[in-house]
Design a binder for this molecule. Structure first.
Ligand code: ARG
Length: 468
């Protein structure tokens, strides 16, 4: 049997002490202490509600509150002593409360179970982290949109199959990244709605015999809704899965940008340079400047996808209601939160500091016959069906390849040998500026449209800010 000090809060019916290894194996306090401040907030709200329900007196509540506030301060200052013997964050705090305020501490858990308590704690934790993450994404978007504005006219080779396809603007490319983030924020705020539902009151699984007033607790904790079904309340971890799915999509996006930044900053491309403070050197090759930050973010997407798979697999086939399996939800979830926050912080700092190399981007665009589609469109506007125009231009590209020059460098007479429809005005469409300016419709790459897209994106950010 346990001594008075590490006595389990639940061992009334037990005849022997827990096996030492089992005690370590089943404990979660090593990682769930992250939830401590949310656990205390939840307990204060629960106790406050119990007074309204006439289960506790105001004097008891005052004692409980002051005890819990002392514990919160001890935890934040690092002076709190955690005990593995007390298994988890909930029982560590409850025991510390009783040690501080005596018998009254033992009344706190009335009408509650660790099952609805832990579900509440994770939701409070995640709601908080969702708000931090939304702010980080917004900060990244602000820097990205500013970069797009600075480079609204800068020519960049637009690629398909990683080969030069058509001229675009660097600003347009940045705004494509912004669209990914905009959808990520949409997914995140959707997930927040389903996270912000209160399980407290479900107790172990079936509810409680005490006359609890769940709407009071929900209001105190800022929950938008109360769970409808006690069995579902204690076992539902959809919100953690949904959050990890959001996070996986976000990390997939960041890995795509990372890849582009790595390519663009290489000596083969030299479209951008990443400031030294975001790079590291090689211990052997003195000339090296490696894009470690985007490489690491690209790599970190792996652990987030892994966590999503872990959580889905954890919940698969679990019977209702709470099972100890659920204790395994925390480490992957905490890791996703940390990884996403770190990756976003790195990007939000780095993206505004990207140094562009417009001359190199322009030269690369000149090399790939990027205005071939413009020439075909020109012929269509002169009356040729598109498929025939495509064929004419294909032949001209072959001639230009042969001569090792760009389409715009071909003689007018050479062009006219391919089609009599070609006149001197053809050179307007063969220039890079002519090409981008011609794509002047909603969602197009012309500097004019990029500026309009920037204005719309900023308006969305303004509305989001006003809504928060
Ligand atoms: N540490 C547990 C968890 O994280 C708390 C809930 C324990 N409930 C129980 N009935 N054993 O899930």
């Amino acid at each position: 049997m346990s001594t008075e000090n590490d006595k389990k809060l639940w061992d009334g019916r037990f005849n022997e002490a827990t096996d030492a290894f089992v005690e370590e194996f089943t404990a979660s306090v090593g990682f769930d202490r992250v939830l401590a401040i949310y656990d205390i907030t939840g307990s204060v709200a629960h106790a406050t509600m119990l007074v309204q329900a006439k289960v506790l007196t105001s004097n008891e509540l005052e004692l409980i509150k002051s005890g819990l506030e002392e514990i919160r301060a001890d935890i934040l200052s690092g002076s709190f002593t955690w005990s593995v013997g007390l298994e988890d964050v909930h029982m560590n705090i409850e025991k510390a409360l009783t040690d501080k305020i005596g018998e009254v501490g033992k009344t706190l858990h009335t009408g509650r179970s660790r099952n609805d308590q832990v579900a509440t704690d994770i939701r409070l934790y995640l709601r908080d982290k969702i708000d931090d993450i939304e702010q980080l994404i917004t900060r990244l978007q602000i820097g990205l949109i500013d970069l797009a504005e600075r480079e609204a006219e800068t020519i960049l080779p637009g690629m398909t199959h990683l080969q030069v396809a058509q001229p675009i603007t660097f600003g347009h490319h940045m705004m494509a990244w912004n669209e990914m983030l905009e959808r990520d924020v949409g997914r995140l705020s959707d997930c927040r709605k389903r996270t912000n539902v209160m399980p407290l009151g479900a107790a172990a699984l079936a509810g409680t015999t005490f006359p609890i007033k769940r709407e009071i607790t929900a209001q105190l904790l800022g929950f938008e809704a109360i769970s409808e079904n006690s069995l579902d309340a204690v076992s539902d971890r959809d919100f953690a899965i949904e959050f990890s799915a959001f996070a996986s999509t976000l990390m997939m996006h960041l890995s795509r940008w990372s890849e582009e930044m790595i390519l663009w900053s290489s000596s083969q491309f030299e479209f951008i340079e990443l400031p030294d403070r975001f790079c590291t050197g090689s211990s052997i090759m003195p000339q090296k400047k490696n894009p470690d930050v985007p490489e690491l973010v690209r790599g970190k997407s792996a652990r987030v996808f892994g966590a999503l798979t872990t959580l889905l697999t954890l919940m698969k086939s679990q019977p209702l209601a709470y099972n100890k399996d659920n204790q395994e939800d925390k480490e992957p979830l905490f890791d996703v939160v940390k990884t996403v926050k770190d990756s976003l912080t790195a990007f939000a700092d780095m993206v505004p500091a990207i140094i562009t190399r417009p001359v190199n981007m322009r030269n690369a665009t000149m090399k790939g016959y990027a205005t071939a589609t413009d020439l075909a469109d020109y012929l269509v506007k002169k009356g040729l069906p598109f498929r025939d125009a495509h064929d004419v231009v294909g032949k001209l590209v072959a001639v230009a390849i042969e001569k090792k020059i760009d389409l715009s460098e071909l003689e007018l007479t050479t062009l006219q040998q391919a089609s009599v429809l070609i006149e001197a005005d053809v050179f307007d469409v063969l220039t890079l500026e002519g090409s981008i300016n011609a794509r002047d419709h909603y969602g197009g790459t012309s500097p004019n449209q990029v500026r309009q897209a920037i204005a719309r994106a900023r308006e969305k950010l303004r509305k989001r800010d006003a809504g928060n």
